[in-house]
Write a protein that binds this ligand. Structure first.
Ligand code: FES
Length: 100
């Protein structure tokens, strides 16, 4: 499967993760500067990504804990998610997200 990212410089980058991989790992696999400092423990928000609205709508809702962390993330918006909480499945093939 493929997922696409728009970097802070506007360049589009494509990753080829496997179903079950996290969106955070897909971004890091192509060298995007997404720290993921707590490695998915929901203690940082350095994995913040902004989803394209079409793809945001296909994701399961964020947990309360994720929402609370996103409230603290710089440049968070209505389609923000934590990349460590998005587990990629086949129906997300083609997903598009950008770095904040
Ligand atoms: Fe820390 Fe996602 S890696 S919240």
């Amino acid at each position: 499967m493929q997922v696409h990212f728009i970097g802070r410089n506007g360049d589009r980058v494509t990753a080829s993760p496997k179903p079950g991989d996290r969106l955070l790992d897909a971004a890091q696999s192509v060298g995007l500067p997404l720290e993921g400092t707590c490695n998915g423990q929901m203690a940082c928000s350095t994995c913040h990504l902004i989803l394209h609205p079409d793809w945001f709508a296909r994701l399961p809702r964020a947990s309360i804990e994720e929402e609370d962390l996103l409230d603290l993330a710089p440049d968070a918006c209505s389609t923000s998610r934590l990349g460590c909480q998005i587990v990629l499945q086949d129906h997300l093939d083609g997903l598009l997200a950008r770095l904040p």
